[in-house]
Write a protein that binds this ligand. Structure first.
Ligand SMILES: *Cc1c(COP(=O)(O)O)cnc(C)c1O
Length: 359
């Protein structure tokens, strides 16, 4: 029997997708070989890949003047590639420090150029985000960088700032396709696929084509977005298995109401957990209500002993991955797209029972 999977990443995938992978692993739809044995040049891989990119465009209504492709290296490689390409000599870029992931990106960028910290969540212990309406990028900034959902801290931008002529760049690793997004507000959206879109390996890149005109000269081949844009990410060997699975997950999302459908599910699933937290003095949410994440619900119990007990007993009930990230402690339930509604309801029920026994 499958467990209830609340891991933060890699994380749960639709069981239908796992079954399709299994059924076609050895012989891909009667072609006589596996997708992961085929050349990435032409043939069955490119046919599958083109469909995957088209589905991704369709799901997010990505405008035609954006390039869409997948790279390797994880979201983390982008912390370097973005400033290498777009942080120009003698200029600066705006970064927010909103938690683990935005902070890492800001730290990497600061090694490569001038970084202006537009917001620092340190005083609040990274439990809140800027009010989007108040965001004003610095004059002449190369770009404004944010992370749409801080996977570890459990805070999520509910709306995005209007940065005018300053390109807006967002890491959407952990909430991509959990809601509709107006892509045209962004110059670039990227993320690792291993939270909401598939198994680890691929990183999606969505970039307005004219960003390529702004990049630094003299980049090495892999670091140069223009090389990847020109060949839809096939400059070198792509993470074939991951992309194959992402293609299947995108079809699953299309069949389940698209981005709107995922949002409705996310509201309902996270609602189960936040309702329990809000109606109790036993559970506590450390984050600003205004920016509560629908993907990663972070909560605390009255003591660390009770938190450890909670994790242990939940595991016995078949609920995995509820321990908070080692850097912040506490508890975290990740409720990505593929997590069944019943699993969120079961967790809420378990929380109530745990409080009754220990509160
Ligand atoms: C997981 C995660 C990353 C890191 O992704 P890797 O693929 O491991 O490099 C970056 N940003 C966010 C928001 C994440 O959730």
């Amino acid at each position: 029997m499958r467990k209830m999977n609340f891991f933060a990443g890699p994380s749960t995938l639709p069981v239908e997708v796992l079954e399709q992978l299994r059924d076609n692993m050895v012989d891909y739809h009667g072609k006589g070989l596996s997708m992961i044995e085929a050349s990435h040049r032409g043939g069955m891989f490119e046919e599958m890949y083109d469909e995957c990119l088209a589905d991704f465009r369709r799901l997010l209504s990505i405008p035609d003047d954006y390039d869409v492709y997948f790279l390797g290296g994880g979201a983390t490689l982008q912390f370097t590639m973005i400033p290498m390409n777009f942080l120009l000599e003698g200029k600066s870029a705006d970064y927010v420090r909103t938690g683990s992931w935005a902070n890492k990106a800001a730290d990497d960028a600061a090694k490569l150029g001038n970084v202006n910290i537009a917001f620092d969540g340190k005083e609040s212990n990274f439990t809140t985000l800027p009010d989007p309406a108040s965001v004003k990028p610095s004059e002449g900034a190369c770009y404004y960088y944010l992370c749409s959902n801080e996977t570890i801290g459990g805070i999520e931008w509910q709306d995005f700032p209007d940065t005018g002529s300053v390109p807006l760049i967002a890491d959407m690793s952990s909430d991509i396709l959990s809601r509709p997004v107006d892509v045209s507000k962004f110059a670039m959206i990227y993320g690792g696929v291993q939270k909401n879109l598939g198994p680890a390996g691929a990183t999606f890149i969505i970039m307005r084509h004219d960003m390529l005109d702004r990049r630094n000269p003299g980049l090495t081949a892999y670091m140069d977005y223009a090389k990847h844009a020109k060949d839809k990410g096939l400059y070198n060997t792509p993470p074939v298995f991951s992309i194959w699975a992402v293609g299947l997950v995108l079809k699953w999302i299309l069949a389940n109401g698209g981005a709107e459908g995922m949002l409705a599910h996310a509201i309902e699933k996270s609602g189960y957990i936040y309702d329990v937290i809000d109606s109790s003095d036993f559970f506590r949410s450390p984050v600003d209500k205004r920016c509560r994440s629908r993907m990663n619900v972070v909560f605390r119990l009255p003591s660390e002993e009770l938190e450890a007990k909670f994790v242990k007993e939940a595991e016995k009930e078949g609920m995995l991955g509820l321990k908070g990230h080692r850097s912040v402690g506490g508890l975290r339930a990740s409720l990505y797209n593929a997590l069944p509604m019943e699993d969120a309801a079961s967790l809420a029920q378990f929380m109530k029972e745990f409080e009754r026994r220990n509160g």
